[in-house]
Design a protein. Structure first.
Lengths: 153, 289
C-alpha cells in the first residue's frame, strides 16, 4: 500500500487482514496511535484520513491506498494544536495520557471547523474518545479554554 | 491481541467489477464502511474468504435530486448525509437520526447502505427512510430492480440480498410534509437505540393529510406501521394521537434483551410515537394546544 503519512509518501507491504492501526504501530513505528478496544469504540487509535477523524483499528491498512493519513506527530508545529496542548496541560486534562493523542485530534478537528463551539458541541466532538481518568470535565474545560485562546489571538 | 484472519481484500473500482467479484468468487461478501463488520469479525471470526470493498466505487456514493426523488448512494457516509442541505430540508427525520449514529469517527466511516444491509432491528437510518416511503435498488450482473425498503429486511441481521446482489441505491420521493425522529438509548449519544420512532405527516390546516409511522427495535425488523391510511383527514388532537398510538402498539412485537425489557419497549414506544407525531406536526407549521 502506498499512501501519505504526515506529509511523507510511504510504501508498505501489508497483508489483507492487517489493520491501519497495526500497520502504523508495528510497521511504521507510530506508537502515538494507541490500541485500546479494537472495536472502534474507544477512540484511542483515532487518526485523520483526508482530514476526517476515524478509528484506525477498524480500517484495513490496504484501504488507505492513496489517502492522506495524519497522526498527532503531524501537528508538532501547528498553532491550533499548540494552543490545545497548552490548554490540556494547564487544565489538568492529561492524566495517564493514553487517550490524549486521539482526544487532541478530535478536539483539533472540532476547532478547525468551528472556532467557537458550545460545550454541547465539544461533548459531541469527543463522544468517540473514551477517557478513564479525568471524568471529562477537565478535557471539556481545556477545549473551551483553547477556543477562547484562539479567539483572542 | 485478537488479529483478523482468513480473508483476502478485493478493491474493485467499478460497480461491474464489484458485481463480478461477488458473482465469481466463492464466499465473497461486500464491505462498506466496516464499522460493524470488522469488529464482528474480530470477535466471531471471518466467515468469508473475500471481502469486496466498495469504497472505490464512485457511482455508489453521493446524494442528488432527480425526477422527483432524492437519490442516495449506499456508500454515502453518515457525515455526508448530515452535511447534505437537501436531506436536512426535505427529509428532516433522516438528518436527525443520522446525527445520533455512533461517534464522529464512526459517522465519518460508516455508510447508510451498510447500516441498512447490516439489518439491525435498531438501525437508526431505517425508520426515517421507511416513513419517507424509501425504495431500495437491488442489482446483480443479470438484473436491477427497485423494491420497497421494508422488503429488504427479512429478519434480525438478515436481508433478502442474494450473495451476488448489492444494494445499489436508495431513493425517496420529494414530499411536502414534515418528519421527525426520536429515540431512547442508555445514553444520549454513541449508543444503540432501545426504541426508535420516526413519523411523517402532511398537514391540511388543522387536519392530518397523510401520516406514517415506523418503529425500530420493537420487532425482528424495522417496522413500518400499517393501516394508518384510514386515519387521513382526521383532526390533529390528543384523541387522534391516542388512536395512532393504539394502532402502533397492536403491531409491535418487542422482546427482552440486554438493552431493555419488552414491557419497557412497549411503554417507550408510546412515549416516542407521541413525541414524534407532535414534533413532525410542529415542523410542518401545525400548532398543538
Amino acid at each position: 500500500v502506498i499512501f501519505e503519512l504526515n506529509g511523507r509518501s510511504v510504501e508498505v507491504d501489508v497483508p489483507s487482514t492487517m489493520t491501519l492501526l497495526d500497520m502504523l504501530r508495528t510497521e511504521l513505528g507510530v506508537t502515538s496511535v494507541k490500541k485500546g478496544c479494537e472495536q472502534g469504540e474507544c477512540g484511542a487509535c483515532t487518526v485523520l484520513i483526508d482530514g476526517a477523524p476515524m478509528t484506525s483499528c477498524i480500517i484495513l491498512a490496504q484501504q488507505v491506498e492513496g489517502c492522506r493519513v495524519c497522526t498527532i506527530e503531524d501537528f508538532v508545529d501547528n498553532p491550533l494544536m499548540k494552543e490545545l496542548r497548552e490548554a490540556f496541560l494547564e487544565n489538568g486534562a492529561v492524566q495517564c495520557g493514553f487517550c490524549t493523542p486521539g482526544m487532541l485530534l478530535s478536539a483539533y478537528v472540532l476547532l478547525r471547523d468551528n472556532r467557537h463551539p458550545t460545550e454541547e458541541q465539544v461533548k459531541v466532538a469527543i463522544e468517540g474518545n473514551i477517557c478513564r481518568c479525568t471524568g471529562y470535565v477537565a478535557i471539556i474545560e481545556a477545549i473551551m479554554d483553547a477556543s477562547q485562546r484562539i479567539a483572542t489571538d | 491481541m485478537r488479529a483478523l484472519a482468513g480473508f483476502e481484500l478485493i478493491r474493485p473500482k467499478t460497480l461491474v467489477g464489484a458485481l463480478e467479484a461477488l458473482d465469481t468468487l466463492e464466499l465473497a461478501q461486500p464491505l462498506a464502511g466496516g464499522t460493524d463488520l470488522i469488529p464482528t469479525y474480530r470477535d466471531l471470526g471471518c466467515r468469508s474468504k473475500y471481502l469486496v470493498d466498495l469504497g472505490l466505487v464512485k457511482e455508489l456514493n453521493g446524494i442528488f435530486e432527480a425526477d422527483g426523488f432524492i437519490q442516495i448512494g449506499p456508500m454515502t457516509t453518515h457525515s455526508q448525509v448530515i452535511n447534505s442541505s437537501l436531506i436536512k430540508k426535505k427529509a428532516r427525520a433522516l438528518h436527525e437520526a443520522t446525527c445520533l449514529i455512533g461517534s464522529a469517527q464512526i459517522r465519518n466511516r460508516g455508510t447508510i447502505g451498510g447500516n441498512l444491509c447490516n439489518a439491525s432491528p435498531a438501525a437508526d437510518t431505517a425508520t426515517p427512510l421507511l416513513v419517507h416511503d424509501a425504495e431500495a435498488n437491488i442489482t446483480s450482473l443479470d438484473d436491477t430492480r427497485w423494491i420497497p425498503l421494508q422488503d429488504l429486511f427479512s429478519g434480525p441481521k438478515m436481508t433478502i440480498l442474494e450473495p451476488d446482489e448489492l444494494l445499489t441505491g436508495i431513493r425517496l420521493p420529494v414530499v411536502s410534509g414534515g418528519s421527525s425522529f426520536m429515540r431512547i438509548g442508555r445514553r444520549k449519544g454513541f449508543t444503540l437505540s432501545i426504541v426508535n420512532a420516526a413519523a411523517y405527516l402532511e398537514r391540511e390546516d388543522d387536519r392530518v393529510g397523510e401520516i406514517s409511522i415506523a418503529l425500530g427495535s420493537v420487532a425482528p425488523t424495522p417496522l413500518c406501521i400499517q393501516g394508518l391510511d384510514e386515519l387521513q383527514s382526521g383532526d390533529m388532537n390528543d384523541g387522534f394521537i391516542d388512536v395512532v398510538n393504539d394502532i402502533c402498539l397492536d403491531q409491535i412485537k418487542p422482546i427482552d434483551d440486554v438493552r431493555g425489557t419488552a414491557e419497557y419497549r412497549r411503554d417507550m414506544t408510546s412515549v416516542l410515537v407521541r413525541r414524534a407525531i407532535r414534533d413532525a406536526w410542529t415542523s410542518c407549521g401545525g400548532v398543538l394546544e
